[in-house]
Design a protein around this ligand. Structure first.
Ligand SMILES: [Zn+2]
Length: 165
């Protein structure tokens, strides 16, 4: 991606700090927070304050280069994918894009007293594990018979176990 060109096309003066921020945030699929953007962009810019990063992110958002979402409570993230799409948060808290057509959602124009301007689905999921044959494995590792016996015994309340003896 030619960051200089993209910034100029959006009437943004490509200062070295803005270029450092844009180089990372406009090509990532990680949905980073402002803090994460600052940490990453700092690697390529010698002097880069948090305030400069926040200002650049706000500017990029105003110019339509980025979207800002609050996908989890108190966690604002930035997304260079400005097309309509959904999100999936995995078991490690990472955010993935989900194509708009992958989830069927009814057209919602209003709910109660509110006119709806936009919406998206936030899915929570766990990566499916597959073995070499491509079959799906359950998350629980398979236990040996001895391990199962131990597990079952641990799960049995003491009083009940003694009654069976
Ligand atoms: Zn996204």
């Amino acid at each position: 991606m030619d960051v200089f060109k993209v910034l100029r096309q959006h009437s943004i003066r490509p200062s070295s700090q803005r270029v450092a921020v844009a180089s990372y945030v406009l090509s990532t699929t990680e949905h980073p927070s402002a803090e994460q953007v600052w940490r990453r962009a700092r690697r390529s810019a010698r002097v880069l304050s948090r305030a400069t990063v926040y200002n650049a992110l706000n500017l990029f958002e105003r110019k339509g280069l980025l979207r800002a979402f609050v996908l989890a409570e108190g966690r604002m993230v930035f997304d260079p994918n400005v097309e309509r799409h959904h999100h999936l948060i995995d078991e490690r808290g990472r955010i993935h894009d989900v194509p708009w057509t992958a989830v069927r959602v009814a057209e919602v124009r209003s709910v109660g007293a509110w006119d709806i301007e936009e919406y998206q689905v936030v899915l929570h999921g766990r990566r499916r594990r597959t073995d070499l044959t491509g079959r799906t494995r359950t998350d629980r590792r398979s236990l040996t018979r001895d391990q199962e016996r131990v597990r079952d015994r641990m799960a049995t309340p003491r009083g009940e176990r003694e009654r069976h003896v």
